[in-house]
Design a protein around this ligand. Structure first.
Ligand SMILES: NC(=O)c1ccc[n+]([C@@H]2O[C@H](COP(=O)([O-])OP(=O)(O)OC[C@H]3O[C@@H](n4cnc5c(N)ncnc54)[C@H](OP(=O)(O)O)[C@@H]3O)[C@@H](O)[C@H]2O)c1
Length: 239
């Protein structure tokens, strides 16, 4: 049984990962801002015989993330896996100048990820073990119109996680998971009409969030001397 922290567990990939890892016998600590959705998740996990706790969490708040991690360590004596999954994707053309939305993506997708690493790393180093799982995106490897800033944040998430992997002691594992189009609420953050319309077609072939949860489960479940560094998972129809 591992103590697994997941950010952005109130919907989509984080939610599916919490369900799957709890079903596999791990204790899940689930964080996000929507507490009602976290309560539903907890009910579902407990009804299934799983072990979970939830906490309101805003990853843009460094102190809040530190308390999320430190609290789990106090209660359980350790944290084994930190899944940095929280993200937003308000796509738009650059010339729409939706600067607040650019800032939001940087704050959640980059700063939020860094806050998690800063909070969990000292515990992992003290324990001499741990596992960072970052949910990046195929946008960590490619750019497309309306996705310039989102892709920049995901390239950053990839670079940060890869740099972390290179620097850390071998006892701490590091995995980047890069999904293609997956069913979730992510496109709900798009406010620009053109980008929203484009996404409707683009997202038609989405695969279930559990496909990504299964990939995370695979990485987490490997023996301690096996480090699954990177997984890219697309729907077959997405080329
Ligand atoms: N779906 C896809 O096609 C796809 C493809 C590639 C990569 N991804 C990545 O997968 C990750 C999960 O997204 P998803 O597709 O599952 O979308 P989603 O259903 O919209 O889930 C996003 C999660 O992030 C949380 N979140 C957003 N802002 C937050 C904040 N400030 N603090 C804490 N939590 C926050 C949301 O919870 P609250 O709103 O309750 O805080 C929600 O639980 C993201 O990093 C996304 O970029 C998704």
């Amino acid at each position: 049984m591992k103590v697994v922290l997941i950010t952005g567990a109130s919907s989509g990939i984080g939610h599916a990962t919490a369900l799957r890892l709890a079903r596999e016998g791990h204790h899940v600590v689930a964080g996000a801002r929507r507490e009602d959705r976290l309560a539903e998740l907890a009910g579902e996990i407990r009804a299934d015989g799983g072990s979970v706790e939830t906490r309101r969490l805003d990853v843009t708040d460094r102190e809040d993330v530190a308390e999320f991690v430190d609290g789990a360590v106090e209660r359980h004596g350790r944290v084994d896996v930190f899944v940095g999954n929280a993200g937003v994707m308000p796509l738009s053309r650059m010339d729409s100048l939706l600067v607040d939305e650019w800032d939001r993506m940087i704050d959640v997708n980059v700063r939020g990820l860094l806050h998690g690493i800063a909070a969990a790393l000292p515990h992992f180093q003290r324990a001499g073990s741990g596992h960072f799982v970052t949910v990046a995106s195929i946008a960590a490897h490619a750019v497309s119109p309306t996705a310039a800033v989102y892709a920049a944040t995901k390239h950053a998430a990839w670079a940060i996680t890869e740099g972390l992997r290179q620097e850390l002691e071998p006892s701490i594992r590091v995995t980047t998971v890069s999904p293609g189009v997956v069913e979730s609420e992510l496109a709900g953050t798009i406010t620009e009409a053109g980008a929203r319309e484009r996404m409707r077609t683009y997202r038609a072939n989405a695969i279930p969030s559990d496909a990504i949860a299964e990939a995370i489960s695979y990485a987490v479940g490997q023996p301690s001397d096996v480090d699954v560094n990177e997984l890219v998972i697309r729907p077959v129809r997405q080329r």
